[in-house]
Design a protein around this ligand. Structure first.
Ligand SMILES: *Cc1c(COP(=O)(O)O)cnc(C)c1O
Length: 512
């Protein structure tokens, strides 16, 4: 009997090793006071490099101690209230229980005979999500590894639909004698999306074999939302140029500004034009369970496919995402049958028929446990809370003369920069990335950064409902102090090296 494999004879060892693991983790989390230790890449590289992977320690406890020093001590902690950088969330406890179960059982939701009830649980979670979207009973979908894969999957289905439509001739009959020449059609396919859409849209276009210019940018209304009139014009233009509009991608919660494209108007247009609508709600899907802001997603039910990232606004551990489609039959377009896995004659559901992956984690269990324990309303309340927090941060920054704010927030991101009135924009653009790096190197707060219209902005992404207004004010003070420090340091450096003409007054006063 091999003692390190999970099973009936190692249950005691399993319990003891999980107990030790949980104890070590609990210990660290109790002690954590800031999102990052501030360790540099060189420090961590040296620590990783010294480990001799060919000299096993023999017991879990020793390996745990080692990894606690290497990984836990220098983890980026998303539950810390001053972690404000990316779309990472603190995770729901019931989902962590689920992680234990699904990891040990090790189900793979590809075929029925590898998952049984797991398959049915995943299907219920898809049906539940489809219901929240407003799709009818004909909907379907599958869990994926993340929004990137969900977007690829949605666009793959759109491509197949578009190519299938081309096979229907003018008299609306399928002309089987005239098989679609994919080779000539692929370069003509176009995807319409705003420049604010996620970069995975362009990446998917490449993977799907489309032309380098396949993604046609649609103008926005000035606040970052897709302009439906510009969309109509762009569709006409694509057609006039001999292109085939394969899909429109509307974003419900853009990664930078949190904008929600006008889904109703876009959906109506796509319906009349016969174009596939993919809604990327990787970030905005939390609105599906919001009692106060569900209306922001009005029109999402007009989509053909929707991306949802439960690991963003549903407080689920990575990975947990899904692609959901209005019409189940389109999913079969990508089914490939293998005699050893899912023969055509199967009488049981095999999720592999719909998925791009084969072996696949039973991530749906985490959402299931979360819904069964705390329920959708509380998830929605937590998402509403972070949207409220963004308003609060905006309020603080907009009234502060040391800061500029890019736009009023829609969801839970705030774009701003430290720029006292006398600081030229070019200097500010240069300073902001340094400021962000400095914060990361100190570890007390982590914020993001992005470029909009050629200018650099700092970004708060709020996904922790336990962050308070006071936390935000402290981070804002820290940013101000750090900005001042960086400017002081620049002046001092300039004073050391500059010719007298550049900073004479500083030079005269500098005591360096
Ligand atoms: C995060 C995000 C994605 C990508 O999702 P991953 O889970 O990181 O792969 C796609 N679209 C939008 C709008 C996102 O915010």
């Amino acid at each position: 009997m091999y003692p390190h494999l999970f099973g009936r004879h190692t249950v005691d060892a399993y319990v003891s090793s999980i107990d030790q693991t949980v104890a070590v983790l609990a210990d660290r989390v109790r002690a954590v006071r800031q999102p990052y230790s501030g360790a540099s890449v060189h420090q961590l590289q040296a620590m990783v490099d010294t480990i001799d992977l060919d000299a096993p320690l023999g017991v879990t406890g020793a390996a745990l101690d080692e990894i606690a020093n290497l990984y836990l001590d220098h983890a980026i902690w998303f539950h810390e209230p001053t972690y404000l950088a990316h779309l990472n969330c603190p995770v729901a406890l019931p989902a962590l229980s689920a992680e234990l179960l699904l990891a040990a059982v090790n189900s793979s939701v590809d075929t029925w005979d590898q998952s049984s009830a797991g398959t049915l649980i995943e299907r219920r979670m898809i049906d539940w999500t489809a219901g929240r979207i407003g799709f009818g009973p004909g909907a379907d979908g599958v869990f994926t590894s993340g929004g990137t894969q969900s977007n690829l999957h949605g666009l793959l289905l759109a491509r197949e639909q578009c190519l299938a439509d081309q096979q229907v001739d003018a008299s609306q009959q399928v002309d089987a004698s005239k098989p679609v020449d994919r080779g000539t059609l692929l370069p003509r396919l176009r995807i319409l999306a705003t420049a604010e859409s996620h970069f995975s849209v362009g990446k998917s276009a490449g993977l799907l074999g489309l032309a380098a210019d396949a993604v046609v940018p649609v103008a926005t209304d000035g606040t970052g939302r897709m302009n439906p009139l510009a969309l109509a014009a762009a569709i006409d233009q694509v057609r006039a140029g001999g292109g085939l509009p394969m899909a429109v991608v509307a974003t419900a919660g853009t990664t930078d500004r949190g904008c929600v494209d006008p889904l109703g108007a876009i959906g109506d247009l796509c319906r009349t034009q016969g174009i596939w609508l993919h809604v990327d709600a990787a970030y905005g899907c939390g609105l599906l369970v919001s009692r106060r802001r569900r209306h922001l997603l009005d029109g999402i039910e007009l989509a053909d496919s929707v991306t949802v990232d439960f690991h963003k606004s549903f407080f689920q551990p990575v990975s947990s995402s899904a692609i959901v489609v209005r019409d189940a039959t389109v999913m079969c377009r990508i089914a490939v049958h293998a005699d050893y896995l899912n023969p055509r004659t199967a009488t049981v559901p095999n999720q592999v028929d719909k998925s791009l992956q084969t072996t696949r984690r039973f991530d749906a269990l985490k959402l299931w446990m979360t819904l069964r324990t705390i329920g959708a309303d509380q998830l929605g309340e937590m998402f509403d809370r972070v949207v409220d927090l963004a308003r609060e941060a905006y309020g603080c920054l907009v009234d502060d003369l040391d800061f500029e704010v890019a736009t009023t927030p829609t969801l839970s991101t705030v774009l701003f920069r430290y720029r006292p009135a006398w600081l030229p924009v070019a200097d500010c653009d240069r300073l902001m990335p340094q400021l962000r790096d400095r914060l990361f190197a100190e570890g007390a707060a982590i914020i993001a950064g992005t470029t909009i219209g050629g200018h650099y902005w700092l970004k708060f992404t709020l996904l922790n409902p336990n962050t308070t207004g006071e936390d935000l004010r402290q981070v804002i003070s820290l940013i101000r102090r750090t900005g001042q420090d960086l400017l002081d340091e620049e002046w001092q450096r300039a004073a050391l090296v500059a010719p007298t003409s550049v900073v004479p007054e500083v030079r005269a006063n500098a005591n360096v």
